[in-house]
Design a protein around this ligand. Structure first.
Ligand code: RFL
Ligand code: PHB
Length: 389
């Protein structure tokens, strides 16, 4: 069996690349380890940069997003005593779109099915063979039989725990990593969001985030210990922790209700270099992770897809390999800027174990500077809405 591009992983980056390749007549097969329902059951990102929205449009998967997505022109930052808004539109002329990753993934699966493109679910034991040769292939088990698929290129879109990154010999890659000594406990509840825009809260009790999916679906997070277990958190305990971290005027408006999902996510910064080995290219979480503060994970996955799609378009269109050859360098240049913003924003907003009084004053001073300084707000807004590709 042969195809042009094998995409390992049917998350948002793999599906988006597959759909973009379809628009230029390049055949791509997506191999996904889980079922479609499992992938769609994962509650993750909620904020899309303009570049991500543009790519979804290019892929022909933006019809529902245009109708149901909520453009946000700013965000609120709060401390125990203070709150201020950063106006994205005033500072950059752009906004972000609040639309869940689950919905993005569903739209891309639908577009893929409508295009008749092939996705194999519940694929096991994926192995990449000969990525550094001109005849790469992927071997895997599907429906009880071993299969081998030849191709021109393999794209690893299989997330942080996938096989693609680890298929690159250890002496050909280098990892940069930072783990944070806390996690985010997130819940989804069928209640109206507490505000029209997102609220990032720095509080003596720890970080909190108020986000949303639609007018009657809220997504809230509180900083928690990584030793915590989501099952040990009752809904009442969650709402109380959240309220304590919000300024009183906001906490009083909060509408609570039963949670319909509750989970803990770790916070990690991670980058592997390079993002290419021979005919294997890495995209998205397979190559890099950001802590979710600042909403850069899915958006950085989308910018990788943008650069790789440019490279593959030139290669299939005219045999020009230059953009493919510079993929890793161009993608990483933008990845590192998103890493910096996510690390900075995480450092600014969380309570760290052992944080000294001096460290807390530094956070307060940084927030006060951001509140009062136009240039600092502009830099924040430019990063939040997404740096140009
Ligand atoms: P994914 O989504 O992890 O998809 C990888 C897919 O590969 C499959 N897979 C395999 N398939 C075949 N063979 C194997 N050996 C395989 N191993 C794995 C997996 O089953 C899966 O389907 O990676 P992708 O496509 O690169 O997408 C990345 C995004 O999912 C991720 O960056 C974001 O969710 C991060 N993130 C956020 N990003 C944003 O841009 N904005 C946000 O607001 C935002 N909020 C978040 C987030 C991530 C969170 N968690 C849970 C980590 C909030 C949270 C809580
Ligand atoms: C979310 O809605 O899940 C979300 C929003 C903003 C973030 C992280 C997560 O920074």
């Amino acid at each position: 069996m042969r195809t042009q591009v094998i995409i390992i992983g049917g998350g948002p980056s793999g599906l988006l690349l597959g759909q973009l390749l379809h628009t230029i007549g390049v055949e791509a097969v997506v191999l996904e380890r889980r079922t479609r329902d499992y992938v769609l059951g994962r509650i993750r990102a909620g904020v899309l940069e303009r570049g991500t929205v543009d790519l979804l449009a290019r892929a022909g998967a933006d019809a529902r997003l245009r109708k149901e997505g909520m453009p946000h022109n700013g965000t609120l930052l709060t401390s125990d005593t203070d709150s201020f808004r950063v106006d994205f539109t005033a500072h950059t002329g752009h906004s972000v779109m609040v639309y869940g990753q689950t919905e993005v993934t569903r739209d891309l699966y639908d577009a893929r099915a409508a295009a008749g493109a092939q996705t194999l679910f519940e694929v096991d034991n994926v192995q990449i063979i000969g990525a550094d040769t001109d005849a790469p292939q992927v071997q895997f088990d599907h429906e009880g039989t071993g299969k081998a698929l030849q191709c021109d290129f393999i794209v690893g879109c299989d997330g942080f725990h996938g096989v693609s990154r680890l298929s690159i010999p250890q002496d050909k890659r280098r990892a940069f990593e930072k783990t944070y000594p806390f996690g985010w406990l997130g819940i989804l509840s069928e209640t109206p969001p507490v505000d029209d825009e997102l609220i990032y809260a720095n509080s003596a009790h720890g970080f909190a985030l108020c986000s949303m999916r639609n007018a009657n679906l809220s997504r809230y997070y509180v900083q928690c210990s990584m030793q915590d277990n989501a099952d040990n958190w009752t809904d009442a305990a969650f709402w109380e922790a959240l309220k304590r971290r919000l300024p009183d005027a906001i906490a009083e408006r909060l509408v609570t209700g039963p949670s319909i999902e509750k989970s803990i996510a770790p916070l990690r910064s991670f980058v592997t270099e390079p993002m290419r080995w021979g005919r294997l290219f890495l995209c998205g979480d397979a190559a890099h992770i950001v802590p979710p503060t600042g909403a850069k994970g899915l958006n950085t996955a989308a910018s990788d897809v943008h650069y790789l799609f440019e490279g593959l378009t030139d290669w299939y269109g005219s045999g020009d390999a230059r953009a493919l050859d510079s993929y890793s360098e161009r993608a990483l240049a933008r990845v590192w800027k998103a890493e910096r913003f996510s690390w900075w924003f995480s450092s600014l907003m969380h309570r760290f174990p052992g944080q000294s009084d001096f460290d807390q004053r530094m956070q307060q001073a940084e927030l006060a500077f951001l509140r009062s300084n136009d240039a600092a707000q502009k830099a924040f807004a430019e990063n939040y809405v997404g740096l140009p590709y």
